[in-house]
Every structure is written in C-alpha cells, then in structure tokens.
Design a binder for this molecule. Structure first.
Ligand code: ADP
Length: 369
C-alpha cells in the first residue's frame, strides 16, 4: 500500500497529548514537513518546551499509530524529529507587528548596573545599524531619560493611521519611552501593581514604535508583577540577566534565571551579562583588579548552561556616561565602548540561533539598515 502524508496525519489523530484530551493534529504539533521515501516516513513533532516530560512517550505513541493505522512495515523508528517551539506565549505579530525581536533586560537585584547595560546595549545595537527601541519599565527608578539625555522630553500624541499614538523620544538612534517622562521622579515609586502595569501596557500598545529590529525592555530588579505583565502582553524573544561577580548578586541572578525559565513566565534566557567584572586604572591598562570576585558570572553561566554574553569592566567613564547622558557605547573604539559592542554582537548571535531553532512560522528575519 502506498503511504502518503494524509494517511500519516489521520493516524496521528489517534494519539492524544497527555492531559489535554486532544490529539497531536488538533494540538498543531505535527509540522507540515512529512516526507515519504518508499516506506521510510519522517516528520517533526513540535513541543512547546525542549524538556517536555512527554516527548518520549508521545514519539513512541506516534510511531505505534503509524505502524498500526498506516503500514505495519513503515520505516518510522528514529525518523520523528522533535522540535521545541514557543507557543504558549502571545503570538509575535499580535501587538507590535513591526517589531522583530523583544529582549527583556533584567537583574536579580538592584544596583548591579542593569539600566546602564540596557542603555549601552541599545546604543551599541543602533551603532551596528539596527533599528532599536527601549522601554524603561523600571518603575522603581526610571533612569533611562537621564542616561539618554532626554529628561526634559514630554512625549506628545500623534495621529498614525487614524490612531492617536504616543511618540517616543529619540536619541543616539534609539527610540525611548519611560514612565519617568510622565510622572514626577519622587512619585514613580507609588506606581505599583495594576496602575504601573496598565501604564506600561499603554507605552507598548499605544505608542508609535514603528519598525524595530530590537525592542529592549529595562525591567525592574528581582521579580515583580511587572515581569508577569510583560510576558503576558508581549511575545518576548528572550531575556538577558545582568549580575556582578559578587556572591550575593549571583544568588539573585540564579533566582532571576529560574523565574524566566519557570512555567509561569517561560521565556528563553539568551544569556548572562557580568557587569563590574574588574577595575582597570586608566594609567595601568594591563592591570585588572577583581573588586567583586573573579569571574563569578562566568562560573554561574557555566553551571546553568546559559551563554555568558559579555564581561563589562568597572570604569569611571561608564558611570559618568550615565550621569551625563552620553553612554560610552557611543564610542566603540574605547575599551568600554568595545565591550558593549561585543555584547551587542553576542546578543544578536544568540537571537539568530534561537530563531533558527524555532518552527518556520515563528522565524523572524533581521535586516541591517
Ligand atoms: P541598576 O539598574 O541595576 O539599579 P544602574 O545601571 O543604575 O543599576 O547602575 C548603578 C550605578 O552603578 C550607577 O551609578 C551606574 O553609573 C554605575 N555603574 C553601572 N555599571 C558600571 C560600570 N561597569 N562601571 C562603572 N560604573 C557602573
């Protein structure tokens, strides 16, 4: 009997995914790539998580179904490939159809330089020629307006295709919105819970972000309702976690990473960024002083099997650049600017790798300007 794809699909309607009462076809788990050569059958099954506990049993049941319902001699064993996809989260094109990749920038604890890294990463990505936006969602201390030298900006509404949209501020090639533009700095701390979540949703959905290659979100430190709101609102491509090499920071970074990977949030971790890795005095550029311990971030990345995306030294100019509103990443030829450029390149690479591993419908392409 000839085997053809429809027969395979029909057979797979007999396999239920445990706990759902639905079969693999109804669940959309069978990728549209069924190949048949003679009696050799191969195709892919899509799972939401790479560590789905049912992968083995479902693959086995699919093999059995094909041998039972299609052809008892079908050569199927070992020919079902398992592909992890991200389906439980919002559809990438729903809310910001013109935004290709969304990166959450987070940290386990405050003061490790998360906002500094977010600002410089955004500037470095823009320097590489990408279209970049940054949402300052750190309601506890919105610092991006200062870092981008646009503290006085008061974003106005503009009509775009019949909708009134907030026009982001823009500097150094980065579009920026922050709660800091709309509230008095001392009142920002009062913005919690639903009020902050709603305000942030508005800054995402009702703003004229336009086409972006990378949309960065500077999240509050630790874990908060804001994190949950963001993952429920946006199809986040991945998270980066900023830490210092110090033990207390590492413990919190570890918690941050497990939060992203946990069921409730379920966002891929693109990698860890070690900030304040060492201090180098300008007059002795070869000397490195490990003020917060040596390579703690690197070790944690190895332990958790996530990429180490960058190591950023402690340099006075990084701090001054933040205070003066001129991020060091604007000068990629300096040691500090170069560190952020390397970081940006690694982030791009990790996202490209992720996109290659996703189901075809979820792959996004980024084109340089
Ligand atoms: P967070 O967002 O994690 O609270 P910030 O980005 O506000 O941290 O940084 C805290 C302070 O440390 C700021 O004054 C910032 O300028 C400074 N800082 C951050 N990273 C560095 C660095 N690599 N070198 C020097 N100063 C830094």
């Amino acid at each position: 009997m000839a085997i053809y794809p429809k027969l395979i699909m029909d057979a797979l309607t007999n396999v239920r995914y445990p706990g759902t009462g639905k079969n693999l076809v109804e669940m959309g788990m069978v990728e549209d790539n069924i190949r048949i050569e003679g009696n050799k059958v191969s195709f892919s099954l899509l799972f939401e998580k790479p560590n789905d506990p049912f992968i083995k049993s479902v693959v086995k049941a699919a093999e059995t179904a094909i041998l039972t319902y299609v052809d008892k001699d079908a050569d199927i064993k070992g020919n079902i490939s398992v592909v992890a996809r991200q389906a439980a989260r919002p559809e990438p094109d729903k809310l910001l159809p013109q935004v290709k990749n969304i990166i959450a920038v987070s940290s386990g604890k405050g003061g490790v330089g998360k906002s500094t890294v977010a600002a410089n990463l955004a500037v470095a990505l823009a320097g590489l020629g990408y279209k970049v936006g940054l949402l300052d969602a750190d309601i506890f201390g919105p610092s991006q307006p200062k870092m981008f030298h646009v503290e006085d900006a008061r974003p106005y509404m503009e009509e775009v295709d019949g909708r009134e949209l907030i026009q982001p501020a823009e500097n150094y090639g980065v579009k920026l919105l922050s709660i800091g533009f709309f509230v008095n700095k001392d009142d920002a701390i009062l913005w919690r819970g639903a009020m902050a979540s709603n305000a942030l949703k508005q800054l995402i959905a009702d703003a004229n972000w336009g086409e972006l290659d990378y949309f960065l979100i500077d999240l509050p430190p630790g874990t908060s309702d804001i994190h949950l709101t963001m993952v429920q609102t946006l199809a986040i491509t991945g998270a980066v976690v900023v830490t210092t090499p110090q033990e207390v920071a590492l413990a919190d970074a570890r918690k941050g990473i497990s939060m992203f990977l946990g069921d409730k949030i379920n966002v891929p971790v693109l990698g860890l960024i070690e900030n304040m890795s060492w201090f180098t005095p300008a007059e002795l550029p070869e000397n490195k002083y490990y003020l917060f311990g040596k390579e703690g971030g690197k070790r944690l990345a190895e332990q958790l099997n996530v990429p180490l995306l960058g190591q950023i030294p402690i340099v006075q100019s990084i701090c001054e650049g933040g205070d003066n509103g001129e991020p060091v990443a604007l000068n990629p030829d300096t040691i500090t600017g170069n560190a952020f450029r390397a970081l940006a390149e690694n982030v791009v690479e990790q996202i490209d790798l992720r996109n290659e591993n996703l189901a075809p419908t979820q792959r996004v392409q980024v084109t340089k300007k």
